[in-house]
Design a protein around this ligand. Structure first.
Ligand code: SAM
Length: 240
């Protein structure tokens, strides 16, 4: 929950806040994550593709960097109700995106050991499947593919019943994999809610000491975007 002085965002209505907060658009958050991932060995994978808008943003941000992109979705829509979206919401034809390998099917069926072999080590996983069960399924499958430096970006951490956050916490507790938060972007509420949501970016820390080349937090904070993120965080915490 974001703190504003002594109050949390749940005390505020979105219509009041949205004129006062500088929300980083989704594509910019993806761009930051992909930029950071360029320095991390491995490939990029997205869970929750829909028509491919976020996938295209990842593809654009990657440019000529030598990484493969995998994009996983049933394209049959949500398997469970979520916020104000019914089962089947988001169903569509799989997009065709040059340079992106589409993995079609429900995660429970499509995230196989054979796919893990094809994908290999993960530099960045972008998790946008909304549901607790889907996010946990993706995280569990990802586990053996993660190494120090791997990045995990969540799209709607606080959505309905904090589904993505709870899945991340369950996975962290069950696997014992340590992560540090390297960035957190505010996002507009989705699903008609009023609570400011979050896109947090975590980095896996398997070893006690991070090698310099993957210690990204300080690099990020030194960039103009990092300075803006720090100012937003400070102003929300009531600091100057
Ligand atoms: C919010 S949409 C993704 C939006 C997309 N990232 C974008 O920004 O345009 C969530 C997607 O997750 C997919 N999804 C959710 N749970 C899934 C599961 N268990 N297996 C496969 N796809 C799933 C849905 O089909 C839906 O397309």
């Amino acid at each position: 929950m974001v703190k504003v002085g002594t109050m949390s965002t749940s005390d505020f209505a979105w219509p009041y806040l949205h004129k006062r907060l500088r929300i980083l658009p989704r594509d910019s958050a993806l761009r930051v994550a992909v930029e950071l991932a360029k320095r991390v060995p491995g490939n990029i994978i997205e869970f929750g593709v829909h028509k491919g808008d976020s996938t295209r943003a990842i593809r654009r941000a990657l440019g000529r960097a030598d990484k493969r992109i995998f994009a996983c979705d049933s394209f049959k829509g949500l398997p469970e109700k979520y916020e104000n979206a019914e089962v089947g919401h988001f169903a569509c034809k799989p997009p065709r995106i040059p340079g992106v390998q589409i993995v079609e099917g429900y995660f429970e069926d499509s995230l196989t050991p054979a796919l893990a072999k094809r994908v290999g080590r993960i530099a960045l996983a972008s998790l946008d499947a909304d549901l607790y069960s889907s996010t946990l399924c993706a995280l569990n499958w990802l586990t053996p593919l993660l190494a120090t430096g791997s990045l995990l970006l969540f799209d709607e951490f606080l959505g309905e019943k904090e589904s993505e956050k709870r899945a991340f916490e369950t996975w962290s507790a069950e696997t014992g994999i340590r992560t540090i938060k390297v960035a957190e972007f505010l996002r507009e509420p989705s699903g008609g809610g009023s609570i400011i949501d979050l896109r947090p970016l975590y980095q896996v820390v398997m070893d006690e000491v991070l090698p310099d080349e993957v210690s990204l937090r300080s690099r990020f904070l030194a960039t103009p975007l990092g300075r803006t993120a720090r100012r937003v965080r400070n102003s929300l915490q009531g600091k100057n």
